[in-house]
Write a protein that binds this ligand. Sequence first.
Ligand code: FAD
Length: 415
Amino acid sequence: MKKYSAFSLVKESFNNHLGWEKAWKKSNPKKNYKIIIVGAGGHGLATAYYLGKNFGIKDVAVLEKGWLGGGNTGRNTTIIRSNYLQEESAAIYEKSRLLYETLSQELNYNVMFSPRGVMMLCQTEHELRAMKRTCHANRIYGVDTIMISPARMKEMIPIINIKGPRYPILGGLWQPRGGTARHDAVAWGYARAISSWGVDIIENCEVIGIKKNKNKISSVQTTKGDISCEKMCFVVAGNSSVMAELCGFRLPVESVALQALVSEPIKPVMNCVVMANTVHGYMSQSDKGEMVIGGGADGYNNYSQRGSFQHIEETVRALIETFPFISRLRQLRQWGGIVDMTGDRSPIISKTPVDNIYLNCGWGTGGFKAIPGSGWATAELVAKGEPGELAAPFSLERFKEGRMIDESVAAAVAH
Ligand SMILES: Cc1cc2nc3c(=O)[nH]c(=O)nc-3n(C[C@H](O)[C@H](O)[C@H](O)COP(=O)(O)OP(=O)(O)OC[C@H]3O[C@@H](n4cnc5c(N)ncnc54)[C@H](O)[C@@H]3O)c2cc1C
């Protein structure tokens, strides 16, 4: 793999940039692999990467029914933070945030990590108390957050209206090293790294069934033929319950569409991410200048990867009191992705009822931020057959034991 550097850029410019290699190889399936990962989203690709990096396992195929990064990984609003309330969540999200800090250098691929800071608004007395509690919890876990006064917030974000008649700003929870990254680049960076090790990334290859021998998977049936494997891990976000059914068990997840929209590009107006959990909306400004606005999840289960007018109206209405300037913006585009929700709004990284099948799902509305940490933890689970410290709390067993990791108010998304 050619190293990307200022030197290689200058060198290639003398060759009309014709010498660049493809970032990853298009592969056809072999007959057999040690490990098959289903789903070439960020989590699946990161799992393959840490299997190779941390455990030296490179006899791996990543199967993708569409195109690489075409699921939620390429559809999210790219917010990265780790200011969660529960200890188990803070551990995995903070691990992930830390990995993001050096991911561009590690992958030799610019993932455009921008730790511009994430501000979570407190717009009711109840929310102010809850955020203070989260702030204290964060301190105990070593996650760097502080509470901000309304006056300080106005200095930091001059375009914000702190005196809204219905939802005035009473304070904010500020994570200075939270921020954003370029979502596609995260998938592409991991793909390029694993492809250079010989991992096969096979696009347009849908898994349509599995063959079992006793309680073990022996091969995976795909639209490109049967492929045998020693272990399989599925990481298919919104399609997790469909995949589980193919494997012969059920999951406590529901699939719903989550939507977002962007405005036309404008000059820089806001240099951090703002989340308004009470009214359900959040916003940041992309490097191109578009205001990236995240909306709510549909109130009914569905597999629709599209936006709807109702959500644009709801989301913009929610934010307009706090950000009056958005009333004059034109919308450029909107879209939807299918997210997989668990009852406690925490993910599942787990063994399954089938001996050699593993599972990573349930990231719901907030899994982009978790890609590196989740890949790290899932790789450990798959390689060793047992979860490590990060993954252990997120097993399927917690639903039987009633040991929920409740993060239902962690996001600025109604769900
Ligand atoms: C609108 C929106 C905004 C969001 N905003 C944020 C945010 O700001 N911050 C944040 O942290 N998170 C956010 N999220 C959530 C985040 O995008 C997801 O949690 C994360 O991307 C999930 O990644 P993944 O790799 O698990 O899934 P995906 O990227 O969806 O990848 C799964 C892949 O599996 C493939 N697949 C499915 N079934 C099969 C099969 N049978 N055979 C082969 N392949 C299959 C799919 O085609 C897909 O490519 C948002 C999500 C949406 C939709």
